[in-house]
Design a protein around this ligand. Structure first.
Ligand code: DX5
Ligand code: ZN
Length: 221
């Protein structure tokens, strides 16, 4: 089964962004994860369309854009124009999730939904067939380098079952504290797409770490 590794550039050295993105490609990354934070939905500010446009020029890999912002629909057009491939919105910010997911598809991106650790899976059950990607947060969003919340494994298992039962072919992604120690268990639980920030960019050999993470999945297949 396909395993996708998505380095999160939140942990990259922005003074060397071009080199960092090139390192991700050389290491075999499948997509680049970009965390957009507005200082309202989460207690941190990061970047907007301008940075996505910059990353777009640096790589042909898909750009996996994780929106941690209130009223995310305000930005769909701008992020699509900037080169986003997947736009993922938090269910906590999406009172009209069905409409918002379809709006993402209309602008030309794949549509993802994501939920915080305390948010139940039920919030996406009715839109399972509308999803191109389901992202389970395994930390509270806002910062890189946080500790993995162990109950996320059970949530991934239940998400896998829910998607399979619905007949959904959505990618099942996990974000937060994913590294060598957690990725195998998450793979066995049914996830296929793994965001890793700190685990890659703080490794002594970041490029090699991408392969190590992938191999840690393979041994559990
Ligand atoms: C957290 C972000 C993550 C973050 C992951 O809010 O959504 O994508 O960059 O970083 P690590 O892998 O270091 O937990
Ligand atoms: Zn993220």
């Amino acid at each position: 089964m396909t395993v996708r590794i998505a380095p999160s550039i939140l942990s990259a050295d922005f003074a060397r962004l071009g080199d960092e993105i090139a390192m991700c490609s050389a290491g075999g990354a499948d997509m680049i994860h970009i965390d957009v934070m507005d200082g309202q939905f989460v207690p941190n500010l990061t970047f907007g369309a301008k940075v996505i446009e910059t990353v777009r020029k640096l790589t042909t890999l898909p750009l996996d854009v994780h929106l941690m912002v209130v009223e995310p629909e305000k930005y769909f057009d701008a992020f699509d124009d900037a080169g986003a491939s997947i736009i993922t919105i938090h269910v906590e910010t999406a009172p009209h999730l069905h409409r918002q997911l379809h709006r993402i598809k209309e602008v030309g991106c794949l549509a993802g939904a994501v939920m915080n650790p305390a948010t139940p899976l039920e919030t996406v059950r009715e839109v399972a067939l509308d999803l191109d990607l389901l992202l389970i947060m395994s930390v509270n969003p806002g910062f890189g380098g946080q500790t993995f919340i162990p109950t996320s494994v059970g949530k991934v298992e239940r998400a896998r079952r829910m998607l399979d039962e619905a007949g959904s072919r959505a990618m099942l992604e996990v974000d937060g504290g994913v590294g060598r120690d957690t990725i195998g268990t998450l793979r066995r639980a049914g996830a296929d797409t793994f965001v890793a920030g700190n685990a890659i960019f703080s490794a002594s050999d970041p490029r090699g770490e991408i392969g190590t993470l992938r191999r840690s999945c393979a041994v559990t297949e």
